[in-house]
Design a binder for this molecule. Sequence first.
Ligand code: TMP
Length: 211
Amino acid sequence: MFITLEGPEGSGKTTVSKRIIEILKEKGYDVIYTREPGGSEIAESIRNIILDKKNVLMDSKTEVLLFAASRRQHLVERVIPALKEGKIVICDRFLDSSLAYQGHARGAGIDAVYQVNYYAIEGSMPDVTVYFDVTPEVGLNRINIDKNREVNRLDLEKVDFHNRVREGYLILCDRYPERIKKIDASKTIEEVVCDAMKVIEEKLKEKELCK
Ligand code: TMP
């Protein structure tokens, strides 16, 4: 089963995913955690180019293509092999990040970015996507408190950009209600873990993979 976690900056998905993985492992599932952009050696090299604070001149279409290239490499090298081995793959960010960040917030167009990614992923869509919803006020405040977190090129964007990212995600929630499940990520970590687990367990049940 292919699960993706999505959300704006500071939505807590990375912190919550660690707990989700522990819970799934305790239940006896074979689960791997991975992330985008990156998650394999080549894909991490592409990540470094995309997020390098020096690359402020990067063209918006170049950004779309690099994210799609990184996605393709990671999918082929890590995600598909793990799914073939019957593992649960939990991926921190996937296609919807490109649709919300590049498609909507950057203005490249959700449909145009989808087309590029369609070529890159060849139909390998997540079974379920958990969307961690927070306002930029809450999210950016959280990341500013976390002094250990690396600051990347996209973090340097203004609040207006982050507002559009969230707006993009909310459009996607309306567009793909069957696949994308929205949870309120402004709650406490334990509450968010619980809500995310409910979504995952429901999908496991639907796919008759319950333990
Ligand atoms: P991270 O902070 O979750 O590691 O993600 C790195 C940044 O890249 C984050 O600001 C979101 C952004 N991003 C996109 O803009 N498009 C994408 O397709 C992906 C995967 C990430």
